[in-house]
Design a protein around this ligand. Structure first.
Ligand code: TPP
Ligand code: SF4
Length: 521
């Protein structure tokens, strides 16, 4: 957006007193006057806007909005209010999906662009993380009143201390004129070509009134960009809504009836008139709420550190996560553990990440299971890493622990070349062929059964995994088991199971348990 596109020019001669006063208050750039054919600049764009709209170099002097679009006017009013209130450096603007999706190309403030309808939810998170910030959720009527109905109602109902500017042009602009929840009775749109019929499409939604029925909001007003007088009222409402947030008073909401000349098929002047004549009877202008809400404080939950909650630092002499206890000889290890619900597949992953955390590693655990609690397929993705983990998804595991044949066949092809498959079974299926990996069959269920519980088969496999990969220290595994397994008799079985899994790899794996047809390993 360039200076040239937004300046107002007046002739230097014959100015009234008021004009002269305004002029003296505005900082004029000497060069501008010289460059504008003898005219002087009275108004220049708000410094809150970037100097140039640089999305496309050939269009850098114009905005992406259509001529006469209300979004540009609302942008100007918001920019001026933020500037006057000195809030530029504190402001975070949350742009929606809709014609105003590119608001971040204009406003020189913090900017976040979010998914369709989610601006109030994102604004909630941002405001809670930075309560001293001024957070603006800017939304169209499709965005706020259709796909985002839940987000706006709940943010308002919680009394989030954010400001929402709701630009209601009674239509979906960006996508070419489909009916919005705010489309008026009889108004034609591409999806209501005969005009909106309440019997089929329902009535237009009155969002300001709806929100004003809630207890928590502090300020709710509807304004219109229909003529200069109403635009001045809109200016005041926008400023007031921001002041309410600045003063920590509560949730503020301004609905702005706004022209969309392009989709309405009108010229900009007609479109403004249409706002006044057609929209305001359906959406009356009003201040629906203006008061400080009484919201009881309630009990605050005790504030505890993550380490406390996870009980990893609170116990005497327990694990100091800041110091790695094991010299890890890897950058990261990616593990997939798969089997049936009830086989302890997800638990095995949780035990591994607990061990990793105690050794100071970055860890992630991503479970995946079907609707059945028992006997349905289940698997989890585990990452142990010395560096921050980008994604918890393991699509190419270094190690696959397959607790049944189905999982072996399903995931074996994913294992990286040179990786390991640990299979819960007396031997690998006769036709199983994976020449580039080391596949080990471990009769874990049988071993666990002999120890006193088949349930401990997952711990046998865990012992085998730890022995084979040497990714974590033996002592860590034991201490995690001791902390996590509450039943004394089960803990005893698990201890033995862990040792049995290790022993199996140590003794058996070398002498024939690796039963790939091609004799790999
Ligand atoms: C999840 C999703 N659904 C649908 C769309 C398509 N879409 C883009 S903008 C829009 C509606 C925009 O209308 P409105 O919020 O009134 O804003 P305007 O363009 O009129 O300013 C829709 C449905 C999308 N981008 N994402
Ligand atoms: S389609 Fe309508 S809302 Fe979108 S930029 Fe054009 S005038 Fe504005």
């Amino acid at each position: 957006m360039a200076n040239e596109s937004v300046v107002s020019l007046v002739e230097p001669e014959g100015k009234s007193e008021v004009e002269s006063k305004v002029e003296s208050e505005v900082k004029l750039e000497a060069s501008s006057a010289a460059n504008n054919n003898g005219y002087e600049l009275l108004h220049s764009k708000s410094p809150l806007f970037y100097d140039l709209y640089e999305r496309k170099s050939e269009l850098k002097h114009q905005t992406h909005y259509c001529p006469g679009c209300g979004h540009g006017v609302v942008h100007k009013l918001i920019a001026e209010a933020l500037q006057e209130l000195g809030l530029q450096d504190k402001t975070i603007f949350v742009s929606p999906v809709g014609c105003s999706v590119f608001a971040y190309y204009y406003f020189d403030v913090g900017n976040v662009q979010v998914a369709h309808g989610r601006a109030p939810a994102a604004a909630t998170a941002i405001k809670r993380a930075g309560p001293d910030k001024i957070v603006i959720s800017y939304q169209g009527d499709g965005d706020l009143a259709a796909i985002g109905t839940a987000e706006i109602i709940h943010a308002a109902n919680r009394g989030e201390k954010i400001t929402v500017f709701f630009v209601n042009n009674a239509i979906y602009g960006m996508t070419g004129g489909q009916m919005a929840p705010t489309t008026m009775v009889g108004q034609k749109s591409t999806t209501s070509p005969w005009g909106r019929r309440p019997s089929n499409e329902g009535f237009p939604m009155h969002m300001a009134e709806l929100i004003a029925t809630l207890e928590a909001p502090a300020y709710v007003e509807r304004v219109a960009l229909s003529d200069n007088k109403n635009i001045m009222k809109a200016r005041r409402a926008i400023r007031k809504a921001l002041e309410i947030q600045r003063d920590d008073t509560g949730f503020s909401f301004v609905e702005i009836l706004s022209p969309c000349p392009t989709i309405w098929g009108k010229d900009p002047v007609e479109a403004r008139r249409w706002v006044l004549e057609k929209m305001t009877p359906t959406f009356p202008l009003n201040v629906f709420r203006d008061r400080k809400p009484e919201i009881p404080d309630g009990n605050q939950p005790p504030q505890r550190s993550v380490a406390d909650v996870l009980e990893i630092t609170s116990k005497e002499g327990a694990h100091d996560i800041s110091k790695p206890k094991h010299a890890h000889r890897f950058k990261d290890v990616k593990i997939k553990i798969a089997g049936l619900g009830g086989q302890g597949v997800l638990l095995m992953g949780q035990l591994l990440i607990e061990m990793g955390m105690r050794e100071g590693l970055e860890v992630s655990w991503l479970p995946s299971y079907g609707p059945e609690m028992r006997s349905g397929s289940a698997h989890c993705h585990v990452c142990l890493s010395k560096e921050r983990i980008g994604s918890p998804l393991v699509s190419r595991p270094d190690v696959l622990v397959a607790m049944n044949e189905f999982s072996l066949r399903k995931f074996a092809h994913e294992v990286v070349s040179g990786g390991v498959i640990l299979y819960n079974g007396a031997s690998l299926p006769g036709d199983f062929y994976a020449p580039e990996v080391q596949a080990v069959a471990i009769p874990a269920a049988e071993i666990a059964d002999k120890l006193g519980s088949t349930k401990a088969a997952n711990i046998v496999m865990l012992g085998a995994l730890l022995e084979d990969t040497e990714c974590l220290a033996p002592g860590t595994a034991l201490s995690v088991l001791e902390d996590k397994v509450k039943k004394v008799d089960m803990l005893e079985i698990d201890r033995k199971a862990l040792a049995a899994g290790r022993r199996f790899i140590e003794e058996q794996a070398h002498v024939g348990a690796v039963s790939q047809p091609d004799g790999f390993a």
